[in-house]
Ligand binder design. Structure first.
Ligand code: FAD
Length: 311
């Protein structure tokens, strides 16, 4: 790809978007790791976002969608093509008992908005640091609740730039999975069906979940949350703990001493360090318990090329 040409094209055709060349991605992820994006775009509105999808499709360029970067490990060689970060689309509003949120809004803020509106159903999301789009993509969930429980529909853009609405049932939502990726769909907006509730009761649930999260999770360090999915009938964290892996460190990445399901960036870890810890954990748990730990976090981008790392 001719990065400069793509940058110029997008700058000229989207004058109000924030288009950047060679953008460092570590500042856009929760793990604070990752190389650079060839071309990086913050759209100024939904139409900009749609136009970027259409442009990438027409020119056959790779397009990566980034939300808040809380469930991705971006490799040290960065991401080729265009990275579209929809964090700038963050409006939240109420219509009847539904809350409509743009995909770049934080799901935590949507949960807090619902509380202020005395609407119940999104309490589980009060500590999940991702965007609405990322939460739909991952069918994010916690403490017994998940997006699938209250998502009514999404508005989004198909690969070829068409604006369409999809009902939640069409997204094939299951444990930390949707078909958003397979269909190359960009989520622009989500509608959550909630129900009238009591402010104090909703707040009490959210306070309790926040207390549990803050007391158990190593939130003082950069991380991507739980690295692995729960194996059927088991807990990844318990298997890792019972394998004696807490505190295992490679470079700047370490299996958290506070919560074994987390790998934390304790000292300028590279994505390579982080992935090495992941592989070590997977191999050890497999050896000890014959269980395959499947990653929940997505790994995107490319590793550093040898000649780059030698420079
Ligand atoms: P990103 O990490 O930016 O992207 C994740 C994937 O979603 C990527 O493949 C991306 O392409 C895709 N994507 C993002 N936005 C869109 C869009 N608009 N359209 C199409 N695709 C899109 N997760 C839980 O489920 N439960 C938890 O309790 C939880 N706790 C966490 C705690 C911590 C401290 C951290 C760091 C993470 C935690 N997570 C948890 C993981 C993460 O917050 C969720 O998976 C979240 O939904 C990811 O959203 P994001 O915007 O950060 O997505």
């Amino acid at each position: 790809m001719d990065n400069q040409r793509v940058f110029n094209d997008l700058r000229n055709s989207l004058p109000t978007a924030d288009v950047r060349l060679n953008e460092p991605l570590n500042v856009h992820t929760y793990t604070q790791m990752g190389g650079k994006a060839d071309v990086f775009v913050f759209p100024s509105g939904a139409e900009d976002a749609r136009a970027v999808v259409e442009y990438a499709n027409e020119h056959d360029l790779p397009l990566t969608i980034l939300g808040k970067g809380s469930n991705v490990i971006i490799q040290d060689g960065g991401i080729r093509g265009i990275v579209l970060n929809i964090s700038t689309l963050d409006k939240i509003e109420r219509t009847g008992d539904t809350v409509v949120a743009e995909a770049g809004a934080r799901i935590i803020e949507v949960s807090e908005y619902a509380l202020k509106q005395h609407l119940s159903g999104l309490e589980f999301a009060c500590g999940i640091p991702g965007s609405v789009g990322g939460a739909v993509y991952m069918n994010a969930g916690a403490y017994g609740g998940e997006v699938a429980d209250c998502l009514e529909s999404v508005l989004g853009v198909t690969k070829d730039g068409q604006l369409v609405r999809r009902k939640a049932e069409e997204l094939d939502l299951s444990y930390r999975h949707s078909n958003v990726d397979e269909t190359g769909f960009l989520v622009l907006e989500a509608t959550f069906q909630l129900k009238q509730g009591n402010y104090e009761e909703i707040k009490a649930i959210m306070d309790d979940l926040t207390f549990k999260r803050e007391s158990k999770q190593p939130l003082e360090y950069p991380s991507c949350g739980s690295v692995f999915k729960r194996p059927p009938g088991l807990f990844a964290g318990k298997l890792i703990q019972d394998s004696g892996l807490q505190g295992t460190r490679i470079g700047g990445a370490e299996v958290s001493k506070k919560h074994a399901g987390f790998i934390v960036n304790i000292d300028n870890a590279t994505a390579t360090d982080y992935l090495d810890v992941i592989h070590h954990v997977q191999n050890t748990v497999k050896e000890k318990f014959s269980v395959d730990l499947e990653r929940e976090v997505r790994v995107i981008g490319e590793p550093l090329k040898k000649k780059d790392s030698e420079q």
